[in-house]
Design a protein around this ligand. Structure first.
Ligand code: 6GU
Length: 248
């Protein structure tokens, strides 16, 4: 999978050299390039922003550096040959569609993702219109709060996507039972010692009775989801609930 990130703060993305994502890059599973948006500017001050038309606070990112940087990414990806699907252009923004586990799965199946990190009040909207011919444009938000720029959001999205690429996670079984994989939050987990500072672990986990353990874990998932994320329970397909679930 090919990943490009364009940012005026490429140093933010240094964390993608670490841990499982860094290893996947070294193993050749992920081909990730970070580009400094200022590289494509031509003026002495390497300007990327200007005041907003119509007035208002803050600055807006100019369209021309973005078009040049995105053209650069396209040039380096199509070596002129075969017909490829348009790359996905993810534009992190609190005004985007919410990025979910289902989004991560969808994007993990794509060949080329490009992340355009805006700063200030955002990117001149014409860039997104212009990009539509060349990319599948996807404005994406992590949730209902505001970050200073797209970089931290891209770290989160790239990690969520890349770990779903086959080979990136050593043990793919761990993807099966994690939070959101079945629309519910994950059950609580415990390790040794069985008694810690007067706190025992739930007895059922020592029973060796696999069916009982599965049932207990499922009930804990339901209880936890009802308490912390009732919105998720409402979205659940009733078909996925068994007759025991309805009693919880
Ligand atoms: Cl993706 N970007 C910014 N700047 N702020 C956010 C966000 C993204 N998601 C939530 N807040």
């Amino acid at each position: 999978m090919k990943l490009d990130v364009i940012s005026i703060f490429p140093e933010y993305l240094a964390a993608l050299d670490l841990s499982l994502i860094g290893k996947a890059r070294r193993d050749g599973l992920l081909d990730l390039t970070v580009t400094d948006l200022r590289e494509v500017t031509t003026d002495r001050h390497r300007t990327v922003d200007d005041t907003p038309y119509g007035g208002g606070a803050g600055m807006v990112m100019q369209p021309e550096p973005w078009a040049r940087a995105l053209e650069g990414v396209l040039e380096s990806s199509d070596a002129g040959q075969v017909e490829r699907p348009r790359p996905v252009l993810v534009v992190p923004s609190p005004a985007g569609e919410v990025f979910r586990q289902s989004t991560a799965y969808e994007l993990a199946g794509r060949e080329h993702l490009v992340f355009a990190c805006g700063r200030y009040e955002g990117i001149d909207e014409r860039v997104l219109d212009w990009a539509h011919e060349r990319f599948e444009v996807r404005p994406m938000s992590l949730g209902d709060y505001v970050l200073n720029g797209g970089e931290v959001a891209v770290l989160a999205m790239v990690e969520a996507i890349a770990r779903l690429v086959p080979g990136v996670i050593g043990n793919p079984e761990s993807l099966v039972e994690e939070s959101h994989s079945d629309g519910l939050l994950e059950y609580p987990v415990y390790t040794k010692p069985a008694l810690w500072r007067d706190r025992p672990i739930p007895e059922v986990l020592l029973s060796g009775h696999h069916a009982k353990i599965s049932r207990w874990r499922r009930d804990e998932q339901l209880r936890r989801t009802a308490a912390r994320r009732p919105d998720l329970l409402e979205q659940l397909d009733p078909e996925t609930l068994d007759k025991h679930d309805l009693a919880v």
